[in-house]
Design a protein around this ligand. Structure first.
Ligand code: SF4
Length: 693
């Protein structure tokens, strides 16, 4: 039996799996366990186990589609015609409105090679500053806080195995039991060893059910919670003075800001009893190996950077950072959200995690790309700002979009859909006809994970190799092929190879000397070593599973406290919109659902959206289980059936965001942006809930 070792197409755990040819002709390839891969040791969730379904025909695009007139139907086309149309559309917009009128929008699921080449395409071929990606909606607040505090952003600065070895873990706003179930074993091992798991979440999720302590704050108040814990640490004399003096700067300002957040005030803001706050502080401070993890809950807020910064402050004050077994980390979300921002898809970054405004970084990349540094554009608009201005005076008029579905996943989604419709030209490359692809003038059918080789960087900063197991169907091409063909049509004949390993070799040179240094990583090393953790500057460097053990990545080697104070969400409940809405994911669906909604067993397990509400609220509104509800915010209205529970706060409703149509949660969400990360406030807005009359 021929098998190929590869990785799941979905989340940032990047579980290892083995693929075998179909048992019967025309059947789906089989997913086998790969117990030797250390991250998941053979375990897969239902999404990974069923991922091969989409490789078959019927669920996917199999030839390019073009639209002859606005409002007309998409029709089949040859690759030659489709690529010519894309090149004409991008070129025409630049000629009519200037280069900045052409935008590129990428995805956190694209391989490092694609993300790198897409960034190069935007800057070298289109010469536009306007490139960003949906990863901005995912981990950008944690990334910003990481860089402020530690001088460097990598999701986890330690391996996942450190969670199992810790004595206390505080998990803030994350639900790995549903989003990445194989990771749960690390939390289970922690508790089996006698360690303590504390979960902070407005819902008693499947993960919170397994915790020793569950704090259930009002949505958007976790910043106050972290400040209250720092206040207690100071008041109780628990600060690690030696660590603070030797390895940090800025403590005094952070301490002063925290002193305004005494436990009773924090209780009033968060709804978490002061006694629970004290219990949490004792458990965390007494643990010799202690970790704080954040996920989208605290990050997807208009103060996400400050919120994460406050949790980092707590780690630093207690000396729980910069040493083996302790620290702060972010559970990143998308399969390659980490690598996607390291290699140039983000509006302000060049490959190697370099700043696009840094003259030395620009000179380095210009040399690798054989262009004049003066020809490289500067920083462009962030994801929401880019989408919000599409088709407007001064905004982009044409866009190339790869591997993203903002019609479902962007905040204030009805408005963003209108902005996409307002474009002069939209081209989408995807493997399925997503809701965003349905708006496009040209749709390019892309090869999938098991049909093309490429690297991804998982949440631990481990660069892994997703190897092709099968050839794509005849009408389907890789995104690297698309970029090469478009570059050629737009007058850049060199520098866009189609072979992923060739792209990776250039990426190694491009990242060399940067923070995310991949220079010492090769496909052969990844195969031999089950992945290599960056930074890895030379071929004889072992890679860096643990960061910051000797020094932080700041100029003076010290971590920086952030002097942050509490502020409420951009939109708080009032008489017209009296409830909080928070959004998230469910076990059987992934992100915008473009892929997982098409997998029959996943669609059966999670067939549609719902509104989760507390039984007390349901009683007050006279709502029965399953009854259709209208949820209204200042952005719009969604309709979905009620799911009555006692596991959510009575002042809060929850909707999963995987679906389009009437139940689209992102119709409601607030695009208020974090001032640093430009992250929209997906996790909290004010709504009204009514029975459908
Ligand atoms: Fe795939 Fe994530 Fe599930 Fe692992 S946990 S099988 S990577 S979706």
């Amino acid at each position: 039996m021929t098998t190929t070792d590869t990785h799941c197409p979905y989340c940032s755990l990047q579980c290892g799996m083995r693929l075998a040819a179909p048992a019967v002709p025309g059947g789906a390839p089989r997913v086998l366990e790969r117990p030797d891969f250390p991250v998941n040791r053979g375990a897969l969730c239902g999404k990974g186990q069923s991922a091969t379904v989409l490789l078959g025909e019927g669920h996917r695009l199999s030839s390019p589609l073009v639209r002859d007139t606005r409002g007309g139907a998409l029709r089949g086309a040859s690759w030659q015609e489709a690529l010519d149309r894309v090149a004409d559309g991008l070129r025409g917009a630049a000629e009519r409105h200037g280069r900045e009128a052409v935008a590129v929008f990428g995805g956190g699921g694209l391989t490092n090679e694609k993300a790198y080449l897409l960034g190069k395409f935007a800057r070298v071929v289109l010469r536009t500053p306007n490139i960003d990606y949906n990863g901005r909606f995912c981990m950008s607040s944690a990334a910003a806080a990481h860089r402020i505090a530690f001088g460097l952003d990598r999701g986890l600065p330690f391996p996942l195995a450190d969670i199992a070895a810790a004595d206390c873990v505080i998990l803030v706003g994350g639900n790995p039991a549903e989003t990445m179930p194989p990771a749960l074993r690390y939390f289970r091992e922690l508790r089996e060893r006698g360690g303590t798991l504390i979960v902070v979440d407005p819902r008693r999720t499947r993960t919170a059910e397994q915790a020793d302590l569950h704090l259930q704050p009002v949505p958007g108040t976790d910043l106050a919670l972290a400040l209250g814990l720092l206040h207690l640490a100071v008041a109780d004399g628990r600060v690690d003075q030696d660590f603070v003096a030797e390895r940090t700067t800025g403590f005094e300002a952070a301490r002063a800001a925290a002193m305004a957040h005494w436990p009773e005030r924090v209780e009033r803001i968060t709804g978490v009893p002061a006694s629970r706050l004290r219990e949490t502080l004792d458990l965390f401070a007494d643990a010799s190996r202690a970790i704080v993890l954040t996920a989208r809950g605290p990050e997807q807020q208009s103060k996400g950077t400050d919120t994460v910064g406050a949790w980092i402050n707590l780690c630093l004050a207690l000396g729980k950072a910069g040493r083996e077994g302790s620290g702060y980390g972010c559970l990143t979300g998308q399969g390659n959200g980490q690598g996607g921002r390291e290699h140039g898809q983000k509006a302000d970054q060049l490959p190697g995690y370099r700043s696009i405004e840094d003259p030395a970084a620009r000179a380095h990349l210009a040399a690798v790309w054989e262009v004049d540094p003066a020809d490289l554009p500067g920083a462009g608009r962030s994801a929401y700002e880019l989408l919000d201005t599409l088709g407007t005076e001064g905004g982009a008029r044409a866009m190339l979009l790869m591997g993203s579905n903002p019609v479902v996943s962007a905040p204030r989604a009805a408005h963003i859909t209108e902005r996409l419709r307002a474009l002069d030209f939209l081209a989408v490359s995807d493997l399925v006809l997503s809701e965003t692809a349905q708006l496009a003038d040209v749709v390019l059918p892309a090869a999938q994970w098991a049909e093309e080789t490429g690297t991804l960087t998982n949440l631990e900063g481990r660069v892994i190799l997703r190897q092709a197991a099968f050839a794509p169907p005849p009408g389907v091409r890789s995104d690297l092929h698309v970029l090469r063909e478009l570059a050629d049509r737009l007058g850049v004949a060199k520098g866009f190879p189609e072979d992923p390993e060739e792209v990776f070799e250039e990426l190694r040179r491009a990242s060399s000397g940067g923070q995310a240094d991949y220079a010492g990583i090769s496909y052969d090393r990844i195969r031999a070593e089950d992945g290599v953790h960056w930074p890895c500057p030379t071929e004889d460097h072992p890679g860096t599973p643990r960061l910051f053990l000797d020094r932080f990545a700041t100029p003076d080697g010290r971590a920086r406290f952030a002097p942050v104070s509490y502020r409420p969400a951009a939109e708080e409940p009032d008489a017209d919109y009296p409830l909080y809405l928070t959004t998230g994911r469910v076990l059987a669906q992934y992100q915008s659902g473009a892929q997982t909604r098409r997998v029959p067993e996943l669609a059966k397990a999670a067939p549609g959206p719902f509104v989760e509400l507390h039984s007390q609220l349901a009683e007050r509104l006279g709502v029965a289980e399953g009854e259709a509800l209208t949820v209204t915010s200042r952005r719009g209205r969604a309709v979905a059936p009620a799911r009555v529970t006692d596991s959510i706060r009575p002042d809060t409703v929850f909707m999963p965001f995987h679906w389009a149509g009437a139940g689209r949660a992102n119709t409601l969400t607030n695009p208020a942006l974090d001032p640093v990360s430009r992250m929209p406030e997906f996790k909290v807005c004010a709504v009204r809930v009514e029975r459908v009359r």
